[in-house]
Design a protein around this ligand. Structure first.
Ligand code: NAD
Length: 361
């Protein structure tokens, strides 16, 4: 029997509730596929501040490093009332997130934008676009580009001037392009590389290196798109995309746009990927302190994150498909947590949603 080590970070707010439901599903997968999952829990965020005075200890990071993958709930509390937010920024809950991403060398962020058939009504796009549905992922470079380049402000001839530098090396581009092509192979075999090659040198290098990588993936179709056009196409015809590959700042903007067009925050998963098969998987939403402890949270984003973990870190595609299909079946049968509830559907709690998905595996 294969065995994998998974680090669990329940975190704060609704984190422990939604991670608990995802573990329920992973346990069911373990039984069905005869695979062993060893879980090790670590503290991160506000709960770690309360226990150790810092949002992430070195020991916790070491535990995560030694595992095969990490599943995270969410960290943070009410930013107006929680004493955590009276601490200096580097000791606040969210500093744990930055520390773990850096410590684990995560250089790629993968965010799916999937419109479930049953939730088409919540899609804010034109009805004809929503009806067609869409299912794509954005692969965003996380450690290079404008956010990490040299920056300074000077005064020249009595006027202030600010400079930010956008740098990419071919190695940085190649390693993320390879990840995007690998992921496209597990999906519908299409990569759209997004850049601004009509203006930027870094984009022209991005395009050249991506084309070189494509030669090793003759089964994957590569096309290029300018970022301004891509921002329009996500709204106009999102069904055309499978994997969007892009640099840090473009990805930052496009992935928020892509989240919005699905219309349901509690449904969106995400992954941050590092070397080899290692990844950290988490829902796109925060710790929702307003509903913490009430058994009202939607666990689907975390359960879908667990499905991504199985697909991308453990190559368990069938198990990931099973989870995604079980989620679709439960939605089809009309069950909804409060955040996605509408007239005519059946309201259920966080734990009930987890149980229903488990029953449908
Ligand atoms: P949030 O995503 O936590 O909540 C926004 C709204 O969506 C709230 O009304 C909440 O109840 C609802 N919501 C979110 N997830 C839900 C779910 N699974 N089911 C049902 N409803 C859900 O964003 P926020 O309120 O701006 O932030 C709260 C805290 O989370 C802050 O401390 C923030 O810093 C932190 N945060 C953490 C992460 C992370 O851990 N990766 C990401 C974003 C925000």
């Amino acid at each position: 029997m294969g065995k994998y080590n998974i680090t669990l970070i329940p975190g704060d707010g609704i984190g422990p509730e939604i991670v608990g439901e995802a573990v329920k599903i992973l346990d069911a997968v373990s039984a069905k596929y005869s695979v062993g999952f060893n879980y090790t829990k670590i503290l991160m965020g506000g709960c770690s501040i309360d226990e150790y005075g810092v949002p992430l200890t070195d020991e916790a990071l070491e535990t995560a490093k030694k595992s095969d993958a990490v599943l995270l709930g969410a960290v943070g509390g009410n930013t107006d009332t929680s004493p955590w937010y009276r601490l200096p920024p580097e000791r606040r809950p969210e500093a744990g997130l930055l520390a773990i991403r850096k410590g684990l060398g995560l250089y790629a962020n993968l965010r799916p934008a999937l419109l479930f058939d049953e939730l088409r009504a919540s899609c804010p796009l034109k009805e004809s676009v929503g009806e067609k549905g869409f299912d794509f992922v954005i692969m965003r470079e996380l450690t290079g580009g404008l956010y990490f380049g040299d920056r300074y402000t000077v005064v020249e001839n009595g006027k202030r001037k600010a400079v930010d530098t956008l740098t990419y090396t071919e190695d940085e581009i190649r390693r993320i392009a390879v990840r995007a092509f690998e992921i496209a192979r597990k999906r519908r075999g299409k990569v759209t590389s997004v850049d601004k090659a009509n203006v930027l040198d870094s984009s022209r290098l991005w395009r050249a290196v991506t084309a070189e990588v494509a030669k090793d993936y003759p089964d994957v179709e590569l096309s290029n798109m300018l970022v301004d056009n891509c921002a329009m196409q996500i709204v106009k015809d999102p069904a055309q995309f499978d994997v969007i590959l892009t640099e840090n700042m473009f990805g930052d903007i496009l992935s928020d746009e892509a989240s919005m067009v699905t219309g349901s925050l509690g449904m969106l998963s995400s992954a941050s990927l590092g070397a080899g098969k290692f990844g950290l998987y988490e829902p796109s939403h925060g710790s929702a302190p307003d509903i913490a402890g009430k058994n009202e949270a939607n666990p689907i984003a975390t359960i879908m994150s667990a499905a991504m973990l199985l697909r991308y870190s453990f190559d368990m595609n069938d198990a990931a498909d099973d989870i995604e299909n079980a989620v679709k079946k439960v939605l089809k049968s009309g069950y909804r947590t409060g955040d996605i509830y509408s007239d005519g559907t059946k309201k259920c709690t966080c734990t009930e949603m987890g149980d229903l998905i488990k029953e449908n595996l």
